[in-house]
Structure formats: C-alpha cells, structure tokens
Design a protein around this ligand. Sequence first.
Ligand code: FAD
Ligand code: PYC
Length: 417
Amino acid sequence: MTQFSFLNLVREAFGGQRGWREQWRSPAPQAAYEVVIIGAGGHGLATAYYLAKEHGVRRVAVLEKGWLGGGNTGRNTTIIRSNYLWKESEAIYEHALKLWETLSRELNYNVMYSPRGVMMLAHNVHDVQVFKRHVHANRLAGIDNEWLTLEQAKEFCPILNISGDIRYPILGAALQRRGGTARHDAVAWAYARGASALGVDIIQNCEVTAIRRNVAGAVEAVETTRGTIRTRKVGVVAAGHTSVILAMAGVRMPLESYPLQALVSEPVKPIMPCVVMSNTIHAYMSQSDKGELVIGAGTDAYISYSQTGGLHITTHTLDAVCELFPVVRRLRMLRNWGGIVDVTPDRSPIIGKTPVEGLYVNCGWGTGGFKATPGSGHVFAASMAGDDPHPIAAPFSLERFTTGRLIDEAAAAAVAH
Ligand code: FAD
Ligand code: PYC
C-alpha cells in the first residue's frame, strides 16, 4: 500500500509513466501536499484519517522514518482509561474513550477494544487520598470511577495478593470499569487503511531531516531521506523525537525524552480478568488475548533515546509483580523492549500551533498516549484544518508554559517518571 501510493505520487510529480522509476531512485521528487504529518504512529495516522474524513483534506502525506506503528504505538502496554484529575484532561481522555467504544465499527477493523476494567492499587495513605480525590472528581464529571476495599479488589482480580505482611501491602484500589485494553498495532493498521482509502499517502522509510521556511518564516517544505516535499502545513506527531524535529524549525520544546519498558511472559490460560496498575511500585499487568502476561515498568531515571532501557528497571518491576501476583513466579519471560516517551513538565500533552506559521505539534503524551489515540487525532485534525484549536485541544497549547496555566497530571499519569 505504502510504496504504491508513493510511486503514484512520484509518477504524478514527473507527469507520467516514462522514466519515473529512475527519477525516483536518484534526484529528489518535488511533490506537494496540503498537509504533511510527520510520524506514522497511531496519533499521526488518526490525524490523517480525520483530516480526510471529517474535513475533506485529502492531499495528506504521512511520513514515517521506520515502519507504520513501529514507534510507541506498537510498543505500549495498551491500557485505556479516562480517570484523570483535571477537567481539561477528563475532557480529552473521555472523548477518546467514547471513540474507542465504536472504533472497530468506524474503521471496519477489529481493534479488539476490551473494557475489562482498570484497577489502580493504593499502597499507602497518600495513594488512598489521591485516588479517592480522582474518584470524586471523575464522578462529578460523569466519568465512571469507584473506590474498592481490599476485599473488593481481590474479588475483582482473584490472583491479587492482599496479604498485609508483604513488602508492598495494598490498602484499596480505584476501579474504572470502562477502562481496558485494545490491540495496539491493529489501531495503527486500521487508521492507516482508513486514511489510505480516503486518498492519504503513507510513506514509510522516509525520515524528515529538515523543515524549510520561506522568507516570511512560514513552512514551505520538508526535506526527507526520499527527497523534498512541498507543503504549507506540517503536523509533527513523532513521540519521543519531537524536540529534535521542532529544532529543525528553530523551536525549542519543553520536553524530555525517556525510555519506558515493557515485557511479556510465555502464554498461559486465562488467569487475569482485568488490568491492574501500581504507580507506587512501578508495575502494571494484564493478559493479552494470546495469553501472554503484559507487564509494564517505570521510566528510566535518565533521559535517553535508547529503545531498550536499564535492566535494573525491569528487574525491579518483576520483583513487584511476583509479590503482587505470586502465581506468576514460575513463568518465563518471552521478550522485553522499550520505547521513547516525551514528557512535559506538567505530564499533559501539547496540542496545537507553534510559533512558526504552518507548523503544528501533537506531543508530550509521555507514558500515557495510547489511550488518547482516537481523541488526539480527532481534535488535532480539527485544529489543523481550521487553523483554530478544537475546544478540547485549546487548554493543551504550548503557551501554557509561559502563562502558567499548567494541567498537572503527575498522579493520574500512572507511570512513575
Ligand atoms: P509513535 O507511535 O511513537 O509514532 C511516532 C512516529 O514518528 C514513530 O513511528 C517514529 O518512527 C516517527 N518519527 C520520529 N522521528 C521521525 C522523523 N524525523 N521523520 C519521520 N518519522 C519520524 N500509553 C497508554 O495510554 N497506555 C499504556 O499502557 C501505555 N504503555 C506504554 C508502554 C511503553 C513501554 C511505552 C514505550 C509507551 C506506553 N504508552 C502507553 C505511551 C504510548 O505508547 C504513546 O504515548 C503513544 O503510543 C504515542 O503515539 P504516537 O503516535 O504519538 O507515537
Ligand atoms: O497511561 O495507563 C497508562 C499507562 C499504563 C502503563 C503505561 N502507561
């Protein structure tokens, strides 16, 4: 699909069939698009899909330096929930959750959204107070979240160790029943297929190396490893690498990039009916439909672009998981991997314009952007198409770091960083 679209584009650029193959291999093609999206992860692909579907913007190219969904979209632990604290976050994550509920139908592709419930464990008085505050805030906003006693938590997840004399005793838990999981790579493929069917070109193995601006300072083209592509609108949706790309246009971003890791066990019969998360002890677990236990760790302590992360981090997580769920002690781990997440000072995303005309950004989802994928793409597409922030996106502007209107979601971000 990808190469076919790209070749068509090159054919067009050279005005016909003759010689296009040779031209494509050597000098750079000078193609033009209404919008260029940098990054074919879930967020970039969803943006392209909604640009084409809801705003009629069909001359869109999604440029990807590697392969479609090979970034954080294909590396995350797929947890979906909307139990954030502040009304701005509740709005965007709940918008996304509602879209998840009908996404398979919307895209005619089974993304395996499974609302099996996300339970967040409290291990100390501070956790209890913080989670109860989230429960109340969410309920006031009409979002489901409830407090469970220790015994209720055990009933919801029978393999949980609720003994009082363990290293990390559990005191209770917050449960969002509509939270759950989805199949991460299916989400990328589904949006890609939907966008492609609407005329969007998805160009893999195409790294953006520079952003060109005209004399007035506005965006006029991007340079890539496959040539120059002219456009007046660029959306950067390249988690983990946003600062590097924005620096190409002279914009400095309030972001830090950290490795975040996950691992899976050998497949076993169903033992875990829900998702359990523990921010305090840096461990998250669910069971995939293939039977693997999907385990997530915390971020590394140091900034880095490594897609592996420190081994001591996973060792710590396995310690914690074995204590919380003693039944997994004898399981073998199949593989582990890392992704690079970009983290803002307030742990909330940045969505919208940059100081450069024609340059937009969607980033800073940190450890928690998978759940936002449909909502993020939906509001970013509207913001780019209308050159005006969608009301749900507006509070997440870059300006908040100068005005001070921060949206501090450190506690709801769920992963320690
Ligand atoms: P990506 O999928 O990373 O897409 C960005 C793309 O940009 C990449 O494919 C990259 O190759 C491309 N790119 C970069 N530079 C360039 C360039 N110069 N030119 C062209 N292309 C470029 N979130 C949750 O909500 N729940 C979870 O359970 C969860 N668990 C996680 C576990 C791990 C281990 C990790 C790493 C992340 C987790 N996250 C989770 C976070 C989530 O994965 C991300 O926030 C989300 O997937 C970001 O999606 P994206 O489309 O913005 O980025
Ligand atoms: O945001 O829910 C989340 C999450 C869980 C693991 C990593 N991120």
